[in-house]
Design a protein around this ligand. Structure first.
Ligand code: ME8
Length: 516
């Protein structure tokens, strides 16, 4: 057998501020990124997937002060909760990075030195508006005064006047190059790219990249009075995770540039303006794509502590299970746009798409096989046009589904797969195999074979979204872990004669717990 080295694929989430508990918005981003990572692994790529926590900066320091603990204590406590969330949700990260990890200092200081060596850093004085909530600077015309308090218009967060000595990055120098960059597919979805192009096109000011009024951060090399602006530190995590700046590190050579940074829409500016400019300045390649997803709302409203509607992913997992939650979030919401969580919507997806459509089809066909075909995959007879159409529909899924996933269009990929599940249900009902048992057992065997083959294809393709349930379904279809479950196996067919274990339901209907 000849083997060629698998193509590398590096994917990241944003790193979470561990100043509070994880919420469903974090779960959403991590699940979507995990699904892409799993698709690529099953498709034969050598995947590196990183997530983690963003622990420095004024926001962390202020939150810690309010609680009377040190920033490091606060970060330790909440970073552990975020990692526990990821583990509970089956997030298959290769590294969970914390920006307080010792190796992160070297990466930040190296990128700083390189930007300095390019002549892009100078010392001056900053005077302007700063939002601690966003860890972002705002120009006067991006703020407004309401009841004596000044707010940043884009994020509706309070800003404070800040005046201090600061290092600046020559962001303005990169304006034309950035505009050129947005003509390609660097920033997605396209409307976000257009938004950011309009922002950059209206003129860029140099960026303040150090602070002196607090100390919870990474020291600026050569001037320890200053700590780096938290976004320089945060963005550099994507390099640290590959062993940068150690030039002998295999990971960096193999995986940089990243294939995609998955982020939320509120941090598009940092990733599509600052980050490419920093990387150009440091003489490093740019990530191939930054994808900004939308926000998850709860019953149509923005989550907020004061409203008291912040959803804890662990509670949703307790109520509905990991796989149904993963499926719901990706099926319900168009990635890129805002979407809403509601209990009624998840229950409806569980009962219709999972229990009725996929679960019943598997249960009905597998129990007929167990009873009537000696618990083995039946041998098909001659195929009718209906059989062929059904098999073609299933086997035709791979290409379009992978294209959807490459565009992070998870909602469409699942819609496409479920269209075939719907077709398979109609096929099964129309063929009436339960009647054929007596009248034409050979024909029954063929119908059951076709149905099992459709289920095999569907289960293989849906594994990234619902790894555990699809693993169990593949087990019941006699497909052991390993090669039989890779996308390469989609080109084969389910083998007649394969022994099948006793079938059991994969997706129970959701019944609301009795009150009281
Ligand atoms: O922004 N729906 O951290 P963060 C969907 N540390 N996504 C949401 C969301 C919601 N309701 N709320 C937040 C930061 N997010 C920085 C990132 S990366 C170098 C540094 C997303 O904890 C948000 O858009 O505020 C971001 O992508 C991620 O959760 C972490 O947000």
């Amino acid at each position: 057998m000849t083997s060629t080295a698998a193509e590398p694929f590096y994917i990241t989430t944003a790193i979470v501020y561990p100043n509070g508990d994880p919420h469903i918005g974090h779960a959403y981003e991590h699940i979507a990124t995990d699904v892409m990572a799993r698709y690529k692994r099953l498709d034969g790529y050598d995947v590196r997937f990183m997530t983690g926590t963003d622990e420095h900066g004024q926001k962390m320091q202020t939150s810690a002060e309010k609680l009377g603990v040190s920033p490091k204590e606060l970060a330790d406590r909440n970073s552990a909760k975020i990692q526990a969330m990821d583990d509970q949700l089956g997030i298959s990260y290769d590294r969970f990075i914390r920006t307080t990890d010792p190796d992160h200092v070297a990466a930040c200081q190296e990128i700083w030195r390189r930007m300095e060596a390019s002549g892009d850093i100078y010392l001056d004085k900053y005077a302007g508006w700063y939002s601690v909530r966003d860890e972002a600077f705002y120009a006067e015309d991006e703020t407004e005064l309401r009841d004596g308090v000044r707010y940043a218009i884009p994020s509706d967060t309070e800003v404070q006047w800040t005046e201090e000595e600061s290092y600046f990055f020559r962001l303005s120098k990169y304006q034309d190059r950035l505009l050129e960059l947005y003509r390609g597919e660097f920033a997605r979805p396209e409307y976000r790219s257009n938004e950011v192009a309009a922002f950059v096109g209206s003129g860029l000011r140099d960026l303040s990249i150090s602070r002196t009024t607090f100390d919870w951060g990474i020291p600026v090399p050569g001037n320890e009075k200053h700590i780096m602006y938290v976004w320089v530190d945060a963005l550099a995590n994507y390099l640290t995770g590959l062993g940068f700046p150690d030039s002998s590190n295999e990971l960096f050579r193999k995986f940089w540039p990243a294939d995609v940074h998955v982020i939320g829409k509120d941090i598009t500016r940092f990733h599509t303006v600052y980050w490419p400019a920093f990387l150009w300045s440091a003489g490093l390649e740019l990530p191939r794509k930054v994808f900004a997803h939308g926000f998850l709302l709860v019953d149509g409203a923005k989550m907020s502590k004061s409203v008291g509607n912040v959803l804890d992913p662990a509670q949703l997992v307790d109520s509905f299970g990991v796989d149904p939650l993963r499926f719901f979030l990706l099926r319900e919401v168009t990635f890129g746009q805002d979407g809403s969580y509601s209990a009624a919507a998840i229950v409806s997806r569980i009962n219709s798409d999972l229990a009725n459509d996929l679960g019943n089809l598997a249960q009905r066909s597998l129990s007929m096989v167990a009873k009537n075909c000696g618990a083995q995959v039946p041998t098909p007879g001659e195929l009718t046009p209906e059989d062929r159409a059904m098999l073609d529909a299933a086997r035709g899924l791979r290409g379009p589904v992978l294209e959807d996933v490459d565009r992070l269009d998870f909602h469409r990929a699942l819609e496409r797969i479920w269209r075939v599940v719907g077709e398979a249900n109609r096929y099964f009902t129309a063929q009436e195999p339960w009647k054929l048992r007596k009248t034409d057992p050979e024909r029954m065997a063929t119908v059951l074979f076709v149905t099992l083959e459709v289920l095999r294809v569907v289960a293989i393709l849906v594994q990234p979204v619902m790894p555990d349930s699809m693993g169990r379904l593949l087990e019941q279809l006699g497909q052991p872990e390993g090669e039989a479950r890779l996308f390469a196996a989609l080109g084969q067919r389910i083998e007649p004669g394969t022994a099948l274990p006793k079938p059991e339901g994969v997706f129970p209907r959701y019944e609301a717990p009795a009150e009281g």
